[in-house]
Each structure stands twice: as structure tokens, then as C-alpha cells.
Design a protein around this ligand. Structure first.
Ligand code: LLP
Length: 428
């Protein structure tokens, strides 16, 4: 359950009126609900409780220091994909010994940094990467903990840019070769210690079946590796989808009833626990979106309206630089006025200020006929929202706010122009 709802005609996050935040901080601003994150995490933990789990929050979903600090205080580990993410985790109070490091192109400085910090495990994606980590660890006089990401060849039926588990993408090592690769590590790479096995088949999965298929397919290999290499964990990745469409319109309870096929945490746990428990291993989970996705809304102001021949446009002060999901993945986000409208609706495109036709947040959307000056809330903006933002078109990065009950705090100041160009200089 998320904590965004209309009360007496105004949209609230927990007990704070969103309009008040927009007035104080300006727009665009991302507003996160601490309660939603805590509730979603508690639900996840409770559902997976029968297993020996280690939850590694996928930092890429939302990497604000305050959010990472919250996760660290909850005792979570972190799934990182760069030296920068490791630095952020440490800077936010997270424990490097609880970090797993994924990614297909780790560089030598990144590998050295991760080894120095004593991370839990490298999740490796190719034989050449394994050889490189082996070489660097040897030079540093260390043994590097490794797992390999197996590509199980299961189609996650999600958007083509966020599916990862088929043999047509760059991730992991094909399931047909994984045993040979582990044998090579054991035989030829003395500075590596095989610690586990990893997989991740895609993101925003709304159906349980691909998860079940992947776990069933890989479980026999996990059993074998436990025997042969005494692996201590199996990471089944992240990927659990969230509700983007309908959560505020109908209320979540009604939405679940109307979408029986949508994955739930309980459904995920009930389907997977019986398959995982008999393995007797630590199960690593790498949720990103599921922990933060529904926990934020981005507030934006309607600046102009334009009625064209064929369409009506509502121009807003947030662009694809602030949230790129609609442009990049045809992502759908609900967009609601912070002051409830009861009158007529219209069909409009909600578009941003950027000089690109792809700069839209919604197309042909049936929506309240908001007027310039009114504030809108783009929902479910917590995951891959701010973390994918850029300063394209020289638009300073938005602000971020964390709500806790009836209090709110700025967790990122709006970027200034000076900060935006800091680091740029004229040639000597
Ligand atoms: N583990 C690995 C190895 C991953 O690559 C990812 C996400 C996760 C865990 C976390 O997945 P989640 O639980 O958040 O689905 N920008 C895209 C999503 C990219 C996901 C990348 N990998 C979007 O906005 O939909």
C-alpha cells in the first residue's frame, strides 16, 4: 500500500499536503514517502521469512543518500553496479561487506576499489571479467569472492530494453556453458573464491511464471554447485513489478481484485519458497523497484495549454530529463492534479519543455482539465525516476523531499546553475 491519497480535495503524501511542498520547494520535485518504503520492505521481509535471505537493495532504482541510509538502517545489503554506487553506499552509512557488485564492464579501478573495501561478492558476467578480477586480486594479494550470472534463457515478457534473461542480450553466461565456466574458475583462477551463483531475468515483471521457470531451470545447477564448490548463496535477482496503472484512480484494493494476474509479494513468495527452501542455501534477493517505485510522486506545474488541430497539449515544467521512463520504455505513470477535480475530463498529451518529440509524460491521456499554474503529481516515480535524471537542455536537477508522517525534509537541494556547470572549464 502506498501513502498517497486525496483527503478533502487535496492530494497528500502521508499527512503532508503535496501542494505545500510544491509551494515551498518549487517544481519539479520528487516526494518520497518513508512509510511506503518501510511498509513495502516489511511486507517483502515477512513474505520471504521462511527462507534464509539476504536482501540487497538495487541501488540504481533510487540512489539518494537519505534513501540509502534508510535502507542501511533497516539492515539491508546493496546490489551495486559501479564504483560510484559503492562509494554512495559507504557515504550513506551502508556496509561494503553486504554489497554484491554486478555489471558487464567493471573497470580495473572499480575492481580494485571494491576489493579494497571488502565487498561481499562480485557477480561476474563473462570469462574475461573473471580472469581480470583473478589477475587484480593476485596482484593485491587477495582472494576475490565471486559468483557468475547465469543467463537461463527465459523470456520475462517485459519491455525489450529491460528484459535480460534471453540469449540475445549481453548479460551473464549462457546456461549451457555455466558448468564449464565454474570448472575453469576452480582449475585456473587461484585468486578467486566461488561463493555463489546469480541470475536476474528482467525488470517490471508482472507475471510470476517466468520467475518460476527460471528458478526451476537453474535449481539443479545450484544443487550441483553446492556439492562441487560449496557455494553459500544463490541470488535470484530482482524484477518484481509494481502497479503503475490504476493505483490512485480506483484505490489499491479494487485494483488488485481487477488484476488477478498481477504479481504480488505473497504470490511471489508462495510460488518460489517451496522451490528454494529445499536447497538449504542463503537466497539473495535484489529488489529495486518493488521497494521504492510506488513510494514517490514527482510534482510538476502545468505551464501552458495549447489546443492544436488534432490534439490538446498540457505543457509542464518537467521533462524527459527529469523522468525518462515514458520516452525510453513507453512507461506509463498516472498523473493527477494535487487539487482534486470533479468536473469534466479531456484527452490531452502531457508534454515537457525539451526540444524533442519524445519529450512527453503521457499521450492521449484522459485527465482533469487542469489550467496553467496548477500542480500535477506524476505517480510511481520512486524507481528509475530521479536516478535516471540528467541536465539535458541545461535543466538543473530537480529537488527531492522525504515525507515522514506530518514532517518533510529536503533530501536533495535543487541544483543551482553554478553546480550544473561546475567542473566545466575553458581550455588553457
Ligand atoms: N539485479 C540486477 C542484476 C539488475 O540488473 C536489476 C535492474 C535489479 C536487480 C533490480 O531490478 P528491479 O527489482 O528494480 O526490477 N530503468 C528501467 C529498469 C532497469 C532495470 C535494470 N536492472 C525502468 O525504468 O524500467
Amino acid at each position: 500500500m502506498h501513502a498517497f491519497a486525496y483527503k478533502n480535495g487535496s492530494l497528500y503524501c502521508e499527512n503532508v499536503k503535496l501542494e505545500d511542498i510544491a509551494k515551498a520547494v518549487g517544481t519539479p520535485v520528487f516526494v518520497y514517502s518513508k512509510k511506503t518504503i518501510a511498509d513495502d520492505l516489511a511486507e517483502f521481509r515477512q513474505a520471504m521469512a521462511p527462507l534464509d535471505t539476504h536482501i540487497a537493495y538495487a541501488v540504481k532504482a533510487c540512489s539518494n543518500k537519505a534513501i540509502l541510509n534508510l535502507m542501511a538502517r533497516e539492515g539491508l545489503g546493496f546490489d551495486i553496479v559501479s564504483g560510484g554506487e559503492l562509494w554512495r553506499v559507504i557515504n550513506a552509512g551502508g556496509d561494503p561487506a553486504r554489497c554484491t557488485y554486478a555489471g558487464v564492464a567493471k573497470t580495473e579501478p572499480e575492481i580494485r576499489y571494491a576489493l579494497q573495501q571488502g565487498i561481499y561478492c562480485f557477480n561476474c558476467e563473462s570469462e574475461n571479467e573473471l580472469r581480470e578480477i583473478n589477475r587484480i586480486a593476485g596482484e593485491m594479494g587477495l582472494i576475490a569472492p565471486v559468483a557468475v550470472r547465469v543467463n537461463p534463457h527465459v523470456d520475462a515478457h517485459t519491455h525489450k530494453y529491460i528484459t535480460t534473461g534471453t540469449n540475445e542480450n549481453k548479460f551473464g553466461i549462457d546456461i549451457s556453458r555455466i558448468e564449464e565456466v565454474y570448472a575453469t574458475i576452480a582449475a585456473e583462477m587461484p585468486h578467486l573464491r566461488i561463493k555463489g551463483l546469480q541470475m536476474h531475468i528482467g525488470s517490471q515483471l508482472t507475471d510470476i511464471k517466468p520467475f518460476v521457470m527460471a528458478v526451476e531451470k537453474v535449481a539443479p545447477i545450484v544443487r550441483k554447485f553446492k556439492e562441487l564448490y560449496q557455494i553459500e548463496f544463490w541470488s535470484i535477482g530482482g524484477g518484481i513489478g509494481i502497479i503503475y496503472d490504476g493505483c490512485l484512480a480506483s484505490g489499491q484494493e479494487e485494483w488488485w481484485t481487477a488484476h488477478p494476474e498481477q504479481i504480488t509479494i505473497t504470490g511471489y513468495a508462495e510460488a518460489l519458497i517451496p522451490l528454494l527452501q529445499p536447497l538449504g542455501l542463503k537466497i539473495l534477493l535484489e529488489p529495486g523497484r518493488r521497494l521504492v517505485g510506488n513510494a514517490a510522486a514527482m510534482l510538476t506545474t502545468c505551464v501552458y495549454e495549447k489546443k492544436g488541430e488534432a490534439k490538446t497539449f498540457k505543457m509542464i515544467d518537467a521533462g524527459m530529463n527529469d523522468i525518462i521512463r515514458p520516452a525510453l520504455y513507453e512507461g506509463y505513470h498516472e498523473i493527477w492534479p494535487v487539487r482534486e477535480h470533479c468536473g469534466d475530463t479531456i484527452v490531452a498529451d502531457i508534454v515537457g519543455p525539451i526540444c524533442e518529440s519524445g519529450d512527453f509524460q503521457a499521450l492521449n491521456r484522459t485527465m482533469a482539465d487542469v489550467k496553467p499554474g496548477e500542480i500535477l503529481a506524476e505517480m510511481s516515480a520512486g524507481a528509475y525516476g530521479f536516478s535516471m535524471a540528467s541536465t539535458y537542455n541545461s535543466r538543473p536537477l530537480a529537488a527531492e523531499v522525504l515525507v515522514d508522517g506530518d514532517k518533510w525534509s529536503i533530501i536533495r537541494r535543487r541544483q543551482t546553475m553554478e553546480e550544473m556547470v561546475s567542473g566545466e572549464c575553458l581550455p588553457e
